[in-house]
Design a protein around this ligand. Structure first.
Ligand code: ZN
Length: 159
C-alpha cells in the first residue's frame, strides 16, 4: 500500500545537517515507525513521503519552517539557580525537559553565571535546514487503537 493518511509507515533514515554531518540515523537500529498524517514527524518529511511505496528511497531537503522552526531569540531566558532544584552541578550544554503551556520542551543550558542560568528553549535543530536520506521499509494499516491514540504501538511503546 501507499503511504497515506492513517498508514503506519516504517522508515530507515539518516539525517544530516547543512555541513553534511550526521545528526541522527536509524541504520543499525530498528526502523522508525510512525502514524502518517498525525504530525508524529516533521511536516516536511511527512509531505515528502506521501504517496510513496515500500522500497522507495528518497533524499529530501527540508527548510526550518517545515522542520523544527526558525531560531527564536525570545526563547532564550535567564533563570535563577533555584529553578533547577536538585541539580547540583549545572553546566553549559546540559539539557533538561521542562513543562510549558505548549507542552514539554527541551531546554539547553547556554551560560552559567553564579546563580543566573541562561537557558535556550529552541529545539536543538531550530533554524537548520535538514537533509534526510530515507528508505521506506514497511507500510501497513493502523489499528483502531493506534488511530484513537494518534501514534504507533510497535516495539517499546505499549499502553
Ligand atoms: Zn498509545
Amino acid at each position: 500500500m501507499q503511504v497515506s493518511e492513517n498508514a503506519v509507515v516504517s522508515i530507515h533514515y539518516t539525517l544530516k545537517d547543512d555541513n553534511g554531518a550526521t545528526v541522527d540515523s536509524s541504520i543499525g537500529k530498528e526502523p522508525l515507525s510512525y502514524l502518517h498524517g498525525r504530525k508524529n514527524i516533521i511536516s516536511g518529511l511527512e509531505n515528502a513521503l506521501t504517496g510513496k511505496n515500500v522500497g522507495d528511497k528518497l533524499s529530501v531537503t527540508i527548510p526550518p519552517e517545515e522542520a523544527y522552526g526558525n531560531y527564536d531569540e525570545a526563547l532564550i531566558q535567564v533563570l535563577p539557580r533555584e529553578a533547577f532544584g536538585g541539580v547540583e552541578d549545572i553546566q553549559v550544554g546540559m539539557q533538561f525537559y521542562s513543562e510549558s503551556p505548549e507542552g514539554v520542551q527541551m531546554i539547553t543550558i547556554k551560560e552559567v553565571n553564579g546563580d543566573q542560568i541562561t537557558v535556550d528553549a529552541n529545539h536543538p535543530l531550530a533554524g537548520q535546514t535538514l537533509h534526510f536520506d530515507v528508505e521506506i521499509m514497511d507500510v501497513r494499516e493502523a489499528t483502531e487503537e493506534e488511530l484513537q491514540h494518534g501514534h504507533v504501538h510497535d516495539g517499546s511503546h505499549h499502553h
